[in-house]
Design a protein around this ligand. Sequence first.
Ligand code: HEC
Ligand code: HEC
Length: 338
Amino acid sequence: MVNQLLRLRGICVCLLSLLSFASLAIEPILPVPLEHGLDERRVALGDRLFHDPRISPDGVRACTQCHDLGEGGDDGNKLSEASTNRLFLINSPTLFNVSLNYHLAWRGAFKSLDTHKRKTFLRSNGVDYSPEAVVERISGDDYYPAAFAEAYADGLIFDNLVDALVTFERSLITPNARFDQYLRGDVGAISSDEKHGYDLFKSYGCVSCHQGVNVGGNLFQRLGIFADPFKKKGRVITKADQGRFLVTGDDDDMHVFRVPSLRNVALTAPYLHDGSQKTLEDAIKAMAKAQLGEKLPDRDVKLIAKFLRTLTGEYKGESMERETSVLGDSATSPRNDG
Ligand code: HEC
Ligand code: HEC
């Protein structure tokens, strides 16, 4: 009898774990791969180039100035100084997990990291410069010629410089966020409040736009489906606000943006293409209003923010979760609202 009961219990436990596995398996969010599997010599080269101002047209601004990997991969400013034309100013996006986005930049102007590099860094701030000029600037260096010769059969040429940068960008994945640990079956990796926040994220419908491995990055959607986010006193609509319309010229694409990834979103304030939302809570409220026509109770906003903070992953094996972001709501205050 006891044996039979034990067996029965065994079957139940087995069924339950199968069920929980099945329910985790059909989650709309997938974990970031644990390894990038890239050639480490090329990653190291790209890393060096990424921090080297000499490859920029003006020779003074390294990529890291606007994509600071110690600060969530963006620059913490409301609007970045990437353009000299005020009307095109836009918030600098994080480069973490950028290879998991299907189109690049807020309006999806580029289809691959390779085209993005070729188009942007040979023409920046209206200044054109040639591939030869970029290579020339670093060819007298102690490090690059030898390192390129080791990593590429044809050494230091422009194509390989682009490839090294792209390889580095691909290496910027942030696996093992607490939420990913949960997705992989460690149900204790997130608290009950964080789980509740996730349930709200799904039930309110945030997940209809922010899903997949990058919790976004795989769809274009209009900003302001239910409420006009630009309708504020003194707010002038800029070119940057026009979104994908600037790429396609199609009226249906007015104010359409690539849905941003929400991975590491706790680290990338201020939010939205115009940096108009200072804290994560502000962004959640604005989203609910503009995209879902909902006014969320404060309690739900806080719970969703708690869930979003579990999306902070690891870079180079170290958690990027800041102590404060685990402890309290003050963690969402932006570094600088520019
Ligand atoms: C002066 C600031 C600035 C500098 C310097 C800069 N970027 Fe950016 N970067 C931006 C801004 C702003 C955007 C968004 C542009 C847009 O959407 O129109 C962006 C977008 C990107 C994207 C697309 C990200 C995505 O999620 O789609 C990549 C990739 C990128 N930058 C890589 C680089 C690399 C590599 C360098 C150095 C060669 C660099 N950036 C230098 C400001 C900068
Ligand atoms: C209909 C699609 C859609 C829905 C639904 C939606 N979003 Fe968004 N989300 C977007 C788009 C598009 C943007 C970028 C808009 C912009 O910056 O101009 C965005 C941006 C964000 C950002 C800012 C990210 C950043 O890096 O700046 C956060 C945070 C966010 N959404 C959270 C949510 C939450 C929470 C919900 C549910 C309450 C939600 N979203 C529902 C499409 C959607």
